[in-house]
Design a protein around this ligand. Sequence first.
Ligand code: NAD
Length: 306
Amino acid sequence: MSTITWIGLGHMGAPMSANLVAAGHDVRGFDLSEAAMAAARQGGVQTFSTMGEALDGAEVVITMLPKGEHSRAVYLGEDGVLALAPKDALLVDSSTIDVATAEQLHRAASEAGFAFVDAPVSGGISGAAAGTLTFMIGGEEQHARRAEEVVQPMAGRVVHTGAAGTGQAAKIVNNMMLFICLEACSEGSVLADRLGLDPRVFWEIASVSSGDSWALQTWYPVPGMTDSAAANHNFDATFSATLAAKDIGLALAAGEQTDVNLPAARLVAERFQELIDEGLADKDCSLIAKYAAPDGAIPGWDPDKA
Ligand code: NAD
């Protein structure tokens, strides 16, 4: 049993940390949101009103924060992890952030004498709850091995991707592919509907045909097809449009840096931006399905109840 400090107890952090509690670890949590901390307490996490208190006695620190700017604040701030965590703690950043920030955190952690890995995950909140996430771990071999052991109760697969920042690189490319598949499901679900197909009949055909994908199985934007879809709950976020826009933006920035053409990614980025511009930033990213409908009306979406 280890003492693990968890910072960032949102959609992902709460169920992930609950799996560490279930595996017998002592988990000390902190989040800026009291509501997030209350949800984490349901999963057995002990919460604290300051990050400093939560870091007391930590053998491992895991962060699950929205963006690079939050990871920088939490690690590098005056009252941050590098200033306050015990020096022998292993630091694991599971947030999805840009490669440059991940590399900056590796350097700063190493200069401060810490073992650090970038360890973003794939699998969504359903994978977080089930403990079947894929972890992509970038960093030195011995640190990656330590991290692999710690994340086991939350993981289906753990892959050491290579040097510092490569976990984030793998995650960014993977998510770009996911969002392009989501756009395919969005257009496909509306076209199938307008062609008069029964949604269940079509979804079952695609599930065993060449149209299958993780997005189809997990996020298909039609209610009643797959339990984990936001469409079942008026598109309340499992993965918000804001976070999706952030991730596809990371891919577009990486494309610019490497001179790679990414027209499909650019299109999906525009769709997420449309949701944000409409004031729907906190709704689920799969709500982009409504842009395939000429009138914006899709089953499962009631804007009056948003
Ligand atoms: P979220 O917004 O639900 O949770 C993030 C939490 O971090 C919030 O509760 C917020 O209050 C907290 N936070 C922000 N700044 C903080 C600070 N300075 N100190 C303490 N807490 C702070 O986001 P999420 O959906 O849990 O995603 C977290 C990360 O995981 C993101 O980088 C996201 O891209 C990635 N991710 C999400 C999913 C998903 O399906 N939701 C899947 C894989 C990866």
